[in-house]
Write a protein that binds this ligand. Structure first.
Ligand code: TXA
Ligand code: MG
Length: 314
C-alpha cells in the first residue's frame, strides 16, 4: 500500500472517517492520527509506529466542546489552563470518559487532551468531526518528525495518508501536565514553559522520576528522540571533541573545531525548531557523532535540554 499524499485537510479527513490512519502537521511535531473512538483504527497507530502498547496517546480536539467527549471531569485548575492556553502546545491529562477505549490510553483511566494552535491541523480536525488520537508520526524511538518528508521516510507504505504541511513551528513535542495529581505535575516539558504554567497555577511542579518508583508517564521510560549517530552534549566553549571527522555540531556558538556538518542557531527557539530535522540529516549523511551544545535550562531551554539528554542516553 502506497501512502496517499495530499495538501487538502478535507481529503485527509476522509481517511479518518473510514477508519484509517493519517499523519498531519501541528505546531509542535507531525502526529499520526486515528479516530479515538475506533479501536481498530487506534490499533493501527501502534502497529505502524511499532509503538509499545503501554505508551498512551494524546487526543487532539478541533474545538473546546469536544473536550467533553474525552474528559469526564474538568477540575478548576484544568479549567484555568484551558482558558489561559488553549489552543496551544499544551497537553492536559484528565480523567477519561467511558467512551474512550482503553487501547488509546494504554489501560489508564486518564487521557491526554490537546488543542493544537495550527491552522491546517485545526481544519483537518474540524473536518474529521471527532477527536483524533495521535502520537508523534515517527517510528518508535526515532526523532519526532518536523517535516512531512521525515514522516514519509519512516512510515511510507505503513499508513494511509500524509497531510503535507510546512515544517512545524516549535519543533519539540507539547508540554504534558497531569491535572489529576496534587500538586500539579509537568510530566514532559515543552514550549509552554514551567514559568508560564506557574503564572496561572503557582503550585505546578516538575515531575522527577524517583528510583524504585513506577513512572507516571509511561512514555518517559521509553528510549526517545535518538538518531543512529552517537550524541554527546558539550558545554559552551569547552570543545572536547577529538576530531570533527564524521562528526556534526549543533548549537548557538561556532565551535573552534571543524566539523563535517555544522548548524549554528541564532536563538534557543531556533535550536529547538531545527534539532530533530538536523538529527535526521546527520543520519542521512552517515555522520557517526553529533555534538550538541548545552543551553541554559530556562523557558524552552528546559525542554530542549530534556530532549538532548534523552538523545544522548545509550
Ligand atoms: O506535541 C505533541 O504532543 C505531539 C503532537 C502530535 O501532538 N504528540 C506526541 O505524542 O508527542 P507522543 O505519543 O509521542 O507522546 C505523548 C506523551 C508520552 O510521553 C506519553 O506517555 C504521555 O504523553 N501521555 C499521554 N497520555 C498520558 C496519560 N494519560 N497519562 C500520562 N502521560 C500520558
Ligand atoms: Mg513520540
Amino acid at each position: 500500500m502506497e501512502t496517499f499524499l495530499t495538501k487538502s485537510p478535507n481529503e485527509a479527513a476522509e481517511f479518518i472517517k473510514k477508519g484509517g490512519v493519517v499523519a498531519f502537521p501541528t505546531e509542535t511535531v507531525y502526529g499520526l492520527g486515528a479516530n479515538v473512538f475506533d479501536e481498530k483504527a487506534v490499533a493501527k497507530i501502534f502497529e505502524a509506529k511499532m509503538r509499545p502498547a503501554d505508551n498512551p496517546l494524546i487526543a487532539h480536539v478541533g474545538s473546546l466542546e469536544q473536550i467533553k467527549l474525552l474528559a469526564s471531569e474538568i477540575n478548576e485548575t484544568a479549567q484555568k489552563f484551558i482558558e489561559a492556553f488553549f489552543p496551544s502546545p499544551l497537553t492536559l491529562v484528565l480523567p477519561k470518559t467511558k467512551e474512550v477505549p482503553l487501547i488509546a490510553t494504554a489501560n489508564l483511566e486518564t487521557i491526554g487532551v490537546r488543542m493544537p494552535n495550527h491552522k491546517l491541523a485545526q481544519e483537518f480536525l474540524k473536518a474529521c468531526k471527532t477527536p483524533v488520537v495521535a502520537p508523534s508520526a515517527n517510528l518508535s524511538g526515532k526523532p519526532s518528525p518536523t517535516i512531512w518528508q521525515a514522516v514519509y521516510e519512516d512510515l511510507n507504505g505503513r499508513i494511509d495518508c500524509i497531510l503535507q504541511g510546512e515544517q512545524t513551528i516549535v519543533g519539540l513535542e507539547s508540554t504534558v501536565v497531569d491535572c489529576t495529581s496534587a500538586p500539579l505535575l509537568v510530566l514532559r516539558t515543552g514550549a509552554i514553559t514551567l514559568e508560564q504554567l506557574q503564572m496561572i497555577v503557582p503550585e505546578t511542579q516538575l515531575y522527577q522520576v524517583k528510583e524504585n518508583e513506577s513512572v507516571k508517564s509511561p512514555g518517559l521510560k521509553h528510549r526517545h528522540y535518538s538518531p543512529r549517530a552517537r550524541v554527546y552534549l558539550l558545554e559552551s566553549g569547552k570543545w572536547k571533541a577529538e576530531s570533527g571527522k564524521n562528526a556534526a555540531f549543533i548549537g548557538l556558538n561556532r565551535p573552534s573545531i571543524e566539523f563535517d556538518l555544522v548548524k549554528i542557531c541564532s536563538s534557543i527557539e531556533e535550536y529547538a525548531h531545527e534539532v530533530f530535522a538536523f538529527f535526521r540529516e546527520c543520519d542521512a549523511q552517515k555522520i557517526k557523532t553529533i555534538y550538541c551544545e548545552t543551553v541554559e535550562e530556562k523557558g524552552i531551554g528546559l525542554a530542549l535540554m530534556d530532549r538532548l539528554r534523552r538523545a544522548s542516553e545509550t
